[in-house]
Design a protein around this ligand. Structure first.
Ligand SMILES: Nc1nc2c(ncn2[C@@H]2O[C@H](COP(=O)(O)OP(=O)(O)OP(=O)(O)O)[C@@H](O)[C@H]2O)c(=O)[nH]1
Length: 311
């Protein structure tokens, strides 16, 4: 899953990043020599390092050595497939082992293909190209289904599909997750004064400002309809969610989009913030709580973030 949507209209594989994971630097060098003229190559010499790199900056494809000390390629793959932000990255296993059991374990745990060592340059180039092409076609299809046509952030459909995945991931990783409902204040009056075209322009501006506030690859924003956006922050406690909510509120206000019918004179947002405590609540409660806090924010005069008790 990605938090920033790059709607590609044509296939351009040259901007792709490939992560090569191998405990032997010589093997990384071999792959680098074959692929670096066509793609950007990043490298990791352990499973831990690969996971860290993927969390910071998800690559487009991973070439993963199967046999590594401490954490094997298969263990690394399992962890990457469990996390929302890395689950969709295609993983090609690179192996010198020809045992059937190992091959089956690679398929079962989410690998999309195999390449045998010693690596044949033509095979590597063609397999990588084929899987990158598939990935971009899939991304393009997803962007048609899951992107809000007006603001280009995710749509309600994406939100609904991913909120269930978030519940599973939250429970599995024993981490809190946060939901922010961000609603433009007095948007009906804004539309009444300036018309729907200016209303649409400001909706896009608010979407960009929210998107810019999100720093982690796993965070995402979706427009649920009208002037209301949902922001999902996986692995985030209430204190962190409040700081993101406040930043969104301040950033939208700082745009200084004139709104004559607003008490603050500019377009503002109200924010309802809730967090899910691992395995104690589900996503329905999370959504209900965020809606209640958003209602409190509106009743308290708007341009404010409301949330539950900090413990
Ligand atoms: N420009 C534009 N307006 C929209 C769009 N979708 C919904 N709206 C308008 O957004 C307004 C939503 O208003 P509400 O959320 O009911 O209330 P509000 O005026 O924002 O008031 P509070 O939420 O109480 O601050 C309505 O006037 C809708 O017609 C859209 O895609 N573009």
């Amino acid at each position: 899953m990605i938090n920033k949507i790059d709607v590609k209209t044509e296939l351009n594989l040259a901007n792709s990043t490939i992560l090569v994971v191998d405990d032997q630097p010589i093997n990384i060098k071999i792959v680098d020599k074959i692929l670096s003229s066509e793609y950007k190559i990043v490298a990791a010499t352990s499973g831990d390092q690969a996971i860290e790199l993927c969390n910071k900056n998800p690559p487009d494809l991973i070439l993963l050595d199967v046999v590594m000390p401490y954490m094997s390629g298969i263990e690394t793959c399992v962890i990457l497939k469990q996390r929302l932000s890395t689950a969709e990255i295609p993983i090609i296993f690179v192996t010198s082992c020809e045992q059937q059991d190992e091959e089956e374990a690679c398929w079962e745990n989410g690998g999309v293909d195999f390449i045998n060592k010693p690596i044949k340059p033509t095979t590597l180039k063609n397999r990588v190209k084929a899987h990158l092409t598939l990935k971009y076609q899939r991304d393009m299809l997803s962007s048609l289904v899951f992107i809000d046509y007006l603001t280009k952030v995710y749509n309600r459909r994406y939100f609904e599909e991913h909120i269930t995945k978030l519940e599973n991931s939250s429970n599995r990783e024993k981490q809190d997750s946060a939901l922010l409902l961000v609603d433009i204040d007095n948007f009906k009056l804004f539309n009444d004064v300036y018309g729907h075209i200016r209303g649409d322009i400001s909706l896009k501006q608010v979407a960009v400002r929210i998107q810019d506030t999100l720093m982690r690859p796993s965070d995402f924003v979706a427009r649920l309809g009208g002037g209301i956006f949902a922001v999902i922050l996986p692995n985030t406690e209430l204190i962190g969610a409040i700081s993101v909510g406040e930043k969104i509120r301040r950033t939208v206000l700082a745009e200084e989009i004139a709104h004559p019918k607003s008490s603050v004179k500019f377009l503002s947002v109200s924010v309802g913030i809730s967090t899910v405590f691992t395995a104690q609540q589900n996503m329905v409660t999370l959504l209900d709580d965020a809606e209640n806090y958003l209602r409190h924010a509106k009743q308290s005069g708007r341009n404010i973030c409301k949330h539950g008790q900090l413990v």
